[in-house]
Design a protein around this ligand. Structure first.
Ligand SMILES: [Zn+2]
Length: 389
């Protein structure tokens, strides 16, 4: 996220900030194993910009690469709209939607987080196919996946019931206008959160043109309402936020143990290409690596949990090796909080904003005590994660 964008976001309310904030620290890089010839990095990546203080990176390990926004064709009539990103690069509007072209209409998988990315995705899809969107599936309720729903004006919107319920709740307090957030909204657009109008609890298969699209319920994992889209003919999986590649996974509404189990299950599927919710296109190796992030963090956090250390103090001490270089490393704090909630049986589908806030304050106190002022994380940065719908 650009500096001006980032600080603008920090001055917004929690809900406003999440429009930018959820994506702001995201982004990621191209781990292209499994994507084969489809995986090509552009040389025209935007220049990195200085980010706000974060947990330190580890120079012994590589940093994520940088990649560009593009509508990329993965198979006949199958596309991913990959957001640009990389270390310190603007990634506003960051989640990666998918598009499947039928004979009459297009199916979208996720709607991005605001007017600018949603309209850009819609325009690129229309330009490429000459068709309009007739269906939209939301992989889950987070704002960077559903806030663009209003721009898919002719589309029926599908989701898991939990996703719809969360969107209905959020819609009640959604502002009437978009705030100006560079890369997300001009600030002149009318705003409403359009909840899904069709729900399904387990699996649902669409046959669109010649393409079979199997929607699979994956929750609880990243949230209690995750769905993924599996295209067996092409061995492609649109995983939504079940997959984060080169981006620290965001576990505010997650059940981490079950999320790891879902990753292990996918390892047994006939899948070559995984489109993550965040990060570049990858494959099963990348998903296994994301599960490893949680495993490594789980081992480190559990030692400290057993030693009666608080989550914030634990997060300040934990180093994750190669995962310290993933984009959005401050998510370590919320992810430790979430692990602790599993272990002390206080886990619910809802985000515990207070616990993450307390943990961040503790984390900062430890860093201040160590005179590591460059690693102190603005509370507003964490609060931007607090209200993801
Ligand atoms: Zn999400």
């Amino acid at each position: 996220m650009e500096e001006s964008n980032k600080f603008a976001a920090l001055q917004l309310s929690r809900r406003q900030a999440i429009q930018a904030g959820a994506g702001a620290v995201l982004g990621s890089a191209a781990m292209l194993a499994g994507a084969g010839a489809l995986a090509k990095l552009s040389a025209q990546a935007p220049a990195p910009v200085q980010a706000t203080p974060l947990p330190a990176t580890d120079p012994k390990f590589p940093m994520p690469p940088t990649w560009n926004r593009e509508l990329r064709q993965l198979a006949p009539n199958v596309y991913a709209y990959i957001q640009g990103g990389g270390p310190g690069v603007s990634a506003a509007g960051v989640s990666n939607p998918g598009m499947i072209a039928g004979s009459d209409y297009l199916l979208a998988i996720d709607a991005t987080q605001g007017p600018i990315p949603a309209n850009a995705f819609i325009a690129a899809s229309k330009q490429t196919t000459g068709k309009d969107f007739g269906r939209l599936a939301n992989t889950h309720h987070h704002g960077d996946h559903v806030n663009g729903n209003q721009f898919f004006t002719h589309a029926e919107i599908l989701s898991h019931p939990y996703c719809r319920d969360e969107c209905v709740k959020a819609a009640a307090t959604t502002p009437k206008m978009w705030d100006k957030v560079p890369g997300v909204a001009e600030g002149t657009e009318a705003r409403k959160l359009v909840p899904p109008s069709v729900t399904f609890k387990d699996d649902l298969t669409y046959f669109i043109g010649g393409t079979e699209v199997q929607f699979k319920f994956a929750g609880p994992a990243h949230t209690w309402g995750d769905i993924m889209a599996y295209l067996p003919q092409y061995k492609i999986l649109f995983a939504g936020d079940v997959a984060f590649f080169w981006v620290a996974p965001y576990a505010n509404n997650s059940y981490i143990t079950k999320w790891i189990e879902v990753c292990d299950k996918i390892a047994g599927w006939d899948v070559d290409i995984i489109v993550p919710g965040h990060g570049p296109i990858g494959g099963k190796k990348d998903l296994a690596e994301m599960a490893n992030y949680f495993r490594v963090l789980g081992v480190e956090a559990r030692k400290r949990y057993d030693g009666k250390m608080t989550p914030g103090a634990a997060a300040a001490e934990i180093r994750l090796g190669r995962f310290d270089n993933w984009i959005g490393p401050e998510r370590l704090i919320m992810d430790v909080v979430r692990w602790y909630e599993e272990w002390d049986s206080t886990l619910t589908p809802d985000y515990n904003a207070m616990a993450v806030r307390e943990a961040t304050i503790e984390y900062n106190q430890v860093k201040a005590g160590q005179k590591k002022m460059s690693e102190i994380i603005p509370l507003s940065r964490m609060e931007a994660f607090a209200d993801p719908c």
